[in-house]
Ligand binder design. Structure first.
Ligand code: SAM
Length: 233
């Protein structure tokens, strides 16, 4: 199979000779939108079994994947988490899409004092992450948590996982690339409130960091910060 083949995330286990049912959406996408036919090949992944070549097998109006040979074995992902102050819907979608492309293993939406909104549609965010993983040739999906207050996130944060907290307008060093388990914390569009900044500054596992003199939108800060942390992985 050449580069650029269509990649599909499936929930089922993958092994040579197995047959996996496509969802109605996958069948619609492959047969109607992409005009694929019986016998044509796609690549499948499920987050644990690597990537597999599969042939399309139509049965009336439904579609199955006939799994053939393994194309790639599963490799461990970077151990990088992203926590971000909840944003408006489009900005949250963008952060989830790009964090997935940048290899983030866990995405934690945070209810900060100045967050916009309190709820997310986790199913929609998961669909966005699946689409991004399919496109970027990633073999896993990020876990996406329900939003939780900043204090709860910090209380439950594993103490051995360095957390880089991006603080604008503050004297702080630049980001040191991640080595081992790490996380990035980005504030909401209105920034962290003073009492939140005070709390962030009093934990040993938190490194305050700056992205320079310009004030970036929260989405931009998340993406730029992740790219810098990835530089060490
Ligand atoms: N409303 C705030 C203000 O005017 O000071 C700006 C908040 S900024 C739009 C949103 C988030 O992006 C911040 O909470 C911070 O986490 C991050 N951020 C943006 N620019 C940054 C910079 N230059 N250095 C570090 N973090 C930055």
């Amino acid at each position: 199979m050449g580069h650029g083949s269509i990649r599909i995330f499936v929930g089922a286990r993958l092994a040579a000779g197995s047959s996996v049912a496509a969802t109605a959406e996958q069948a619609h996408y492959l047969l109607r939108v992409m005009r694929r036919r019986e016998g044509e090949r796609v690549a499948l992944f499920n987050g644990t079994d690597g990537e597999w070549a599969a042939a399309l097998a139509t049965e009336g109006r439904s579609l199955r994947f006939a799994v053939r040979e393994r194309l790639r074995t599963q490799a461990p992902d970077a151990d990088l988490w992203l926590a971000f102050g909840l944003l408006k819907r489009d900005a949250t979608d963008l952060v989830v899409r790009q964090a997935t492309e940048l290899g983030v293993a866990r995405i934690c939406p945070v209810l900060a004092r100045r967050s916009q909104g309190e709820r997310v549609n986790l199913e929609r965010l998961r669909a966005i992450a699946i689409e991004a993983a399919e496109q970027c040739e990633r073999l896993t999906l990020p876990a996406i948590d329900a939003p939780e207050p900043l204090a709860a996130l910090l209380a439950a944060w594993p103490r051995g996982r360095r957390l880089v907290a991006l603080l604008e307008r503050a004297p702080a060093a630049g980001i040191r690339p991640a080595a081992g388990a790490a996380g990035l914390l980005v504030g909401p569009e209105g920034g962290f409130a003073p009492e939140e900044i005070a709390e962030l500054r009093c934990h040993d596992f938190i490194d305050p960091a700056s992205l320079g003199p310009r004030i970036l939108r929260a989405e931009t800060a998340a993406i730029a910060g992740l790219a810098q942390m990835q530089a060490g992985i």
